[in-house]
Design a protein around this ligand. Structure first.
Ligand SMILES: *Cc1c(COP(=O)(O)O)cnc(C)c1O
Ligand code: SF4
Length: 395
C-alpha cells in the first residue's frame, strides 16, 4: 500500500496488536492477503457504505474467504429464511479461515445447530413485544424506554436476542416511522432516559439518525440519550468525523458497545473508540456470555482489560437469553457466577461489569453473582472477601 494514503487507515493498522498467542491461534489477515479483496482501493475499504454493500451474504462468497465445514454450509442455506447472514469484509478478515471454533467465526457464520430448538427457548424471551406501548418502543422500567430504531445491523450475530426482528428485511429506515414513539415519550413525563437500540442505530444514515436525536433531545423531561451499538466492532469505518460531530451535539449521550471477545479489539476498532471518547462520549460495554467463545475466566478478564485500555467501561455481562436456536451458545448460570468470582478483587473494580439474567417473560435485568454475605443477624453481617476470608461487620 502506498504511503500516499497515510491519512486513511492502513493495512498495518488493521492488524491485531493486543492479543497474546494463547488467545489468538492465528493472526488476522490484511485484506490484501485475501484474494477477492487484493485489488480493493484502501479508500473504498475505509468507506462504510462500501463495506455494507460488499457484505458477505452467500455460501459461495464466504467459501472464497474461509474453508467452510458441512455444518456451516447447511446452516447458511437454512439461515436465508430466518436471521440473515451478513458479514462485513472488515470482520471477515478477523475470522480464522481454518478454525471452525474461531470465536469471531462462531458469532457470525450460521451452523446447523441453529435449527435445534431447546426446551425452554422462546421467540421473544424478554417479552419485549408485550411491553410495547407504541411502535418501535419498549417501556419496562418506570423512568426509561428502549427505542428499537432499526431492524438492520452491520453484521448479524448468531446469538442475537432480537432475531425475531432483525435481518435484511424490507422495512425502510425513515425518520417518520418514529412519530408514535416520540409522541408517547413526550406525553410521559416520567421518562428521563431513552436507550436507542435495534438492530443497530448507527447503521442509520446520518440524516435519519440526527433527526431522531434532535426530536428526542428536544423533549424537556428527557435528561439523556443512549445508543446501543455493535458498529465500532463490526464496522468501525462507520465512525466518521461527520458522525462524531453529529453525536457531539446531543450531549449528554452515552454509548454502549457490544463486545464479546478480545480478538475484536483491533487497532482499527481502537481508532473508532478513540474518536468517540475524544468527542467526550462516555463508552460502556455489553457482553453476552457465550459457550466456547468467552466462557473462560481468563478470556473474559483479558476482554475487560482491553476494554479499559480503549476507554470503554465494562457495563454488563448478559446470560445468553433463551431465544430459539441458541442452545449451542448457552452456558450454565454457574459459569457466569464463576467468572464474576474470578474478576472481583483480582482486577480493577473498573474492569468488573455486572452479570445479569434478563428475567424470562419480561422481568428486566436481574443482577447475579457470587454471594459475599455468609450470614446476617441483628446489627451484624458475616461477610467473606474475594479470597474467602471471613469478616464480621458490626452496625
Ligand atoms: C436493558 C433495558 C433498559 C436499560 O436498562 P439499564 O439497566 O438502565 O441499562 C431499558 N429498557 C429495556 C426494555 C431494557 O431491556
Ligand atoms: S448487533 Fe445486536 S441487534 Fe444486531 S444482530 Fe448483533 S446482537 Fe442482534
Amino acid at each position: 500500500m502506498s504511503p500516499a494514503n497515510a491519512n486513511t487507515v492502513t493495512a498495518e493498522n488493521q492488524q491485531q496488536v493486543f492479543i497474546p498467542p494463547q488467545i489468538l491461534r492465528r493472526a488476522p489477515r490484511d485484506y490484501q492477503q485475501i484474494d477477492i479483496y487484493k485489488d480493493i482501493n484502501p479508500l473504498d475499504w475505509e468507506d462504510w457504505h462500501w463495506q455494507l454493500k460488499h457484505r458477505i451474504r452467500s455460501k459461495d462468497e464466504l467459501s472464497e474467504i474461509i474453508k467452510l465445514t458441512s455444518e456451516e454450509e447447511k446452516g447458511i442455506n437454512k439461515a436465508s429464511g430466518r436471521l440473515s447472514m451478513a458479514i462485513t469484509p472488515y470482520w471477515a478478515t478477523l475470522i480464522d479461515p481454518e478454525d471452525p471454533e474461531c470465536p469471531l467465526r462462531r458469532q457470525s457464520v450460521p451452523t446447523i445447530a441453529e435449527s435445534v430448538i431447546g426446551p425452554h427457548e422462546m421467540t421473544d424471551p424478554c417479552a419485549e413485544d408485550r411491553d410495547s406501548p407504541a411502535r418501535h418502543l419498549v417501556h419496562r422500567y418506570p423512568d426509561r424506554v428502549l427505542l428499537l430504531a432499526t431492524e438492520h445491523c452491520a453484521m448479524y450475530c448468531r446469538h442475537c436476542t432480537r432475531r425475531r426482528l432483525v435481518g435484511e428485511h424490507s422495512e425502510s429506515d425513515s425518520s417518520s416511522k418514529f412519530d408514535a414513539a416520540i409522541e408517547y415519550i413526550k406525553s410521559n413525563r416520567k421518562i428521563r432516559d431513552v436507550l436507542i437500540s435495534g438492530g443497530d442505530p448507527l447503521i442509520l444514515e446520518d440524516e435519519v439518525l440526527e433527526e431522531l436525536l434532535k426530536s428526542l433531545s428536544g423533549i424537556s423531561h428527557v435528561e439523556f440519550l443512549r445508543l446501543g451499538t455493535r458498529v465500532p466492532v463490526t464496522l468501525p469505518q462507520r465512525i466518521t468525523e461527520k458522525l462524531v460531530n453529529i453525536l457531539k451535539k446531543y450531549s449528554p449521550l452515552w454509548i454502549s458497545i457490544h463486545f464479546n471477545h478480545p480478538k475484536e479489539i483491533t487497532k482499527r476498532c481502537k481508532i473508532a473508540c478513540d474518536m468517540l471518547a475524544e468527542a467526550g462520549i462516555p463508552l460502556g460495554s455489553q457482553t453476552v456470555l457465550l459457550k466456547g467463545i468467552n466462557d473462560r475466566p481468563y478470556i473474559m478478564k483479558k476482554l475487560m482489560h482491553e476494554l479499559i485500555k480503549i476507554r470503554v467501561r465494562p457495563y454488563y455481562i448478559y446470560q445468553c437469553d433463551p431465544v430459539r436456536g441458541t442452545q449451542h451458545f448457552r452456558t450454565p448460570v454457574a459459569c457466569g457466577i464463576n467468572i464474576m468470582e474470578k474478576l472481583r478483587g483480582y482486577t480493577s473494580g473498573y474492569a468488573v461489569p455486572t452479570y445479569v439474567v434478563d428475567g424470562p417473560g419480561g422481568g428486566g435485568k436481574i443482577p447475579i453473582g457470587p454471594n459475599y454475605i455468609l450470614s446476617q443477624a441483628k446489627g451484624k453481617y458475616v461477610l467473606r472477601n474475594y479470597k474467602g476470608k471471613i469478616y464480621t461487620y458490626l452496625e
